[in-house]
Every structure is written in C-alpha cells, then in structure tokens.
Design a protein around this ligand. Structure first.
Ligand code: NAD
Length: 500
C-alpha cells in the first residue's frame, strides 16, 4: 500500500498543520490504521463561545437578501469544484470509501450548492384570502437562527453540505460537530468555506463554526437554547439521546438515524440487472451507508437462481486499498466495527442462519473483511438490528403480502426497493399498504439517493427530511401575517367586541 501523504494533501486544501497537529484527538486512516493527525479539541467553554459568535453572525446574515446569500453558496460550490479531487481523496483516506465514491460525495456537495442557489430565489410563501373586508393574509418564511449540524463518519462532508447550503440561503448561521472519526475532512471543508466567506463582503464573521471533539461536544451543542434547530445524523442510539434533549427545550430537530433497508425480489425481476443493484446496495461503501441493503426478501421461485449468482458476484469483489481504481470495497472504519460484524454473524448462526463470507482479511492494519451473505430461515432479532457492516440477510417469501409484511416488520424505515417488471406489484409496493419507508425504489437498489428529493426515513430512522424538495422549510420559521388596510376593525368569525 502506498504511504498516506496527508500533509501535502492538506496543504493543497489550504489547511495549515497547526489545525490538525499537536492536539488530543487522534485522526486515523482506516486503510492502514495509521495516525494522520492529532487534532486540537474544543473545550466546553469554547463551544459556548462559538455558539455565541454564530448567533451574532445570524443577527447580521438574516438581513442579507436571500438571493445574495445564494451567491455565497454559489461561490462555495465553485470552490468545491476546484478542490473536488483533493477533498474526494481525503474522504477516501479518512472514511475508507473507494475513490469514485469519495469524489461522488464531493459531487453531492456541489449538487446541493447548485440546488440551494436556485432555492435562494424560491423561498416561497403563500397568500390566502381573508374573511374580513380590507384585510390581506400571507404566510412568510423567516430565517430561524443558528443551525447545529452533527454528522456521522460515513458521509463525512456531504451531510454537512446538505444542511449548510440550505441553512445559509435560508438566512441561518451554522455550527458543525463532525464525527470524531473523520476530523480532517471537516477541517478541510471548513477551510474551503472560510476561504470563500472571507472574500464575500456580506458574510459576517463567525457565520460558520466548526466544533472538534467527541460526543460531549455534541451534547453541549444539543443543550444550547441559542441553537433552535439541531440536524443530527448518526445512530439511533445517538438520536435517542439528542431528540428528547432538544424537545425538552422546545427546539426543532432533523433526525437522520439508522436504517435497515430491504429489497424484494419478485418472480418477474430482471435478475442480471437486479444482481448489480443488489451488489452495489449491499457491498458498496463496505456496507457503511445508512441506505445499505441489509435484507433481501426473495420469492421462492427465483431463490435458487439468484443466491448462487450473488455468491459468484461477491467472490469477484476486489477488496483492498480504496485509492486503487480497481478496488470495489475498502476497509471498515475501525476494528470495533469488524468486531460488531463478527458478533452479528455469530448471532445469525445461533438464530439458524447459514453464513457465506464475512471473514476478516489481515492486511496492513486496516479492518478489511469479505462481504457476508447470510441465508436466514426468517426475520430473527439479528436481522431486525442495523449492523453497520456488509452483511446481507437473505430470506424467502411466497406471497407479496408476506414480503411487504417482512419489509415493514423492523423498527427502522429509511430505504426500500422492489425488483419487478409487473406493474401491479410495483404500484402495490408504492401504495399506502406497500413500503413504509422514506425512500421507495423500483428496479433499483436501496442506496445512492440524489439530492433533488427529500432524504430521510420513518420510525427509528428519526422522521427527518433534508436535501431536496421542500426540506428547506425546516431551516426557517413560518409566520402568518394579517394586514388590515381598511378603516374598520372587524373581528374574525363575526365576533363583536364593542368598547368605548
Ligand atoms: P454515531 O451515532 O456514533 O455518531 C454520529 C455523530 O453523533 C458523531 O458526530 C458523534 O460524535 C455524535 N454523537 C454521538 N452521541 C452523541 C450525543 N449523545 N449527543 C450529541 N452528539 C452525539 O454514528 P456513526 O457511527 O458515526 O455513523 C453510523 C450511523 O449513522 C449508522 O447508524 C447510520 O445508519 C447512521 N447514518 C444515518 C444517515 C441518515 O441519513 N439516516 C446517514 C448517515 C449515517
């Protein structure tokens, strides 16, 4: 494996060594487990000071016209285009995903910037007819305040961009607590933002803040009354802590939590095409996408054809250094993740499963594994649990009702898909009695969403929506305005109240 030349890369991204050396938070590359930095962490007092500074910035930013705010996001998108190769490589080095996915993640940042620039001229409200003569009514969307962004290791920069681009055009300031497992990508991304904001005369100082540290730093952010919206991406365990704390102070949340995504393979499925969708869905990003395909519900009539095809495809997956163009699967994020995978496979065996693959590969310090396909007799406890690793549980079904019941019978509700060429089956899957997930796909896998649609899921996935469609509304405050332009003072509902 070639050495990881972190300082040259950080230099190209405009990050001084002082930003990622001499501190107490060790940054590591999962490729070789070597230390890539020692990042200085914030103290809790520093967190408070950064929140105060973001709040001050908000007071100025909310008065800048939205299309002008959009111009800052346009410039951010331009800077990301310029740095795409370097930042994409850094994502690969720090999160372990293959280079085309690292680059794809930066492309997603660029895409959401483009989307948000357009949005900055479309923060539409409504007008309503008033029942009172000489009155006008309208609904207006106002900037909200400081938006706290907590992100997970597996999309170390795209999730920030999804939130940041929309929050900024909505007139909010932002404060980001990235995963402690991917601090360098956050530092580099923030340096890119700062270089753009510095040159943009309308951007107040402190408009975007970066917090470095572990969960305690995130907890401080979550508890702050000066942060009206917390957008938190990560495990359901984290959401269970964050959600109630923000609710207790009547703050708002966007929760993007764990998934347990399933694909139904019907008798009419195009199996060659489906096999490719399943392989990317289950093995891509080494099973570390929130939308990774974790359950395959296969009709009994195609089971014996599909499973050997999949096993053959699994055997051909090139596992190794994610920087190499021929690699399809990189390492898991750390050894703890590999241990969790082994524990899940042990549980699956105990619950009647037959495990294919899932072995550890000894290689240069990284937590490399082969992807696992596990034939299960039914949807047991381990199948209902999200294990953040490349494990695909395969189960049989006889009727579509049964398959849909299995799909829905888990605590999570992020992504789902069906492989079918039967229009009735497809429409049933998309109906109110079909998939109960935030994302429902036909003849595709469960992973790989585009930024144009609202992204998120139901049940333990948290119910949040971010990115496309009208997700921007979560970053704003809705106000109903009524204007009396008459000389009278009529009351609604015919109420009379004559005084004087
Ligand atoms: P994690 O929950 O361990 O950490 C996520 C972030 O939350 C980190 O920044 C962490 O420091 C912070 N955090 C943890 N506990 C906290 C607390 N009590 N208060 C405040 N902040 C806290 O998740 P991870 O291992 O980095 O990521 C994997 C998980 O994220 C998986 O469950 C995956 O499904 C989920 N995920 C979901 C989505 C989605 O959009 N639904 C996207 C990506 C990842």
């Amino acid at each position: 494996m070639s050495p990881i030349a972190i300082s040259a890369l950080m230099d190209k991204l405009g990050v001084p060594a002082s930003a990622y050396t001499g501190g107490t938070l060790a940054a590591r590359s999962p490729i070789s487990n070597e230390t890539t930095g020692n990042v200085p962490c914030d103290t809790l007092d520093e967190v408070d000071a950064k929140i105060a500074s973001a709040h001050k910035a908000f007071l100025g930013w909310r008065t800048v016209p939205a299309p002008v705010r959009g111009e800052l996001v346009r410039l951010l998108g331009e800077a990301l285009r310029k740095h795409k190769d370097d930042l994409g490589l850094l994502v690969t080095i720090e999160a372990g995903k293959i280079l085309s996915e690292g680059l794809g993640e930066v492309q997603e940042m660029i895409d959401i910037c483009d989307f948000a620039v357009g949005m900055s001229r479309q923060l539409y409200g409504l007008t309503m007819p008033s029942e009172r003569p000489g009155h006008a009514m309208r609904e207006v969307w106002q900037p909200l305040g400081v938006v706290g962004i907590i992100s997970a290791f597996n999309f170390p920069v795209a999730v920030w961009a999804w939130n940041a681009a929309l929050a900024l055009v909505c007139g909010d300031s932002i404060i980001w607590k990235p995963s402690e497992k991917t601090p360098l990508t956050a530092i580099a991304t923030h340096a890119i933002f700062e270089s753009v904001a510095k040159k943009f005369e309308h951007a107040p100082q402190g408009l975007s803040q970066l917090l470095m540290g572990r969960a305690d730093i995130g907890e401080r952010l979550v508890g702050s009354h000066h942060v009206p919206l917390i957008s938190a991406t990560g495990s359901t365990r984290m959401g269970l802590s964050v959600g109630p704390k923000v609710a207790a102070r009547f703050g708002k949340t966007i929760l993007e939590l764990g998934g347990n995504n399933a694909c139904i393979v019907t008798p009419s499925a195009d199996l060659d095409m489906g096999m490719r969708a399943i392989a990317f869905g289950a093995v891509g990003t080494a099973g570390q996408r929130c939308t990774t395909m974790r359950r395959l519900i296969v009709h009994t009539s195609v089971y014996a054809t599909l499973v050997p095809k999949l096993l053959k495809a699994y055997a051909s997956v090139n596992i190794g250094d994610p920087r190499n163009a021929s690699t399809l699967m990189g390492p898991l994020i750390d050894q703890a993740s590999a241990d969790a995978m082994q524990a899940a496979l042990t549980a699956a065996r105990a619950e009647g499963g037959t495990v294919h693959g899932g072995e550890r590969i000894e290689r240069s310090g990284g937590a490399f594994v082969t992807p696992a396909l596990v034939e299960m007799p039914g949807q047991t406890n381990v199948v209902k649990t999200e294990t953040f690793a490349p494990i695909l549980y395969v189960m049989k079904y006889d009727t579509l009702d049964e398959a849909i019941h299995t799909l829905r019978d888990v605590p999570q509700g992020l992504s789902s898909s069906i492989l079918t060429t039967d229009m009735r089956e497809a429409e049933r899957f998309l109906s109110a009695t079909g998939s109960d997930c935030g994302i429902a796909n036909i003849n595709m896998g469960t992973a790989g969403a585009e930024i144009g649609g609202a992204f998120g899921g139901e049940k333990e996935t948290g119910g949040g929506r971010e990115s496309g469609s009208d997700s921007w509304k979560a970053y704003m405050r809705r106000q109903t305005q009524t204007i009396n332009y008459s000389n009278a003072m009529p009351l609604a509902q015919g109420v009379s109240f004559d005084v004087g």
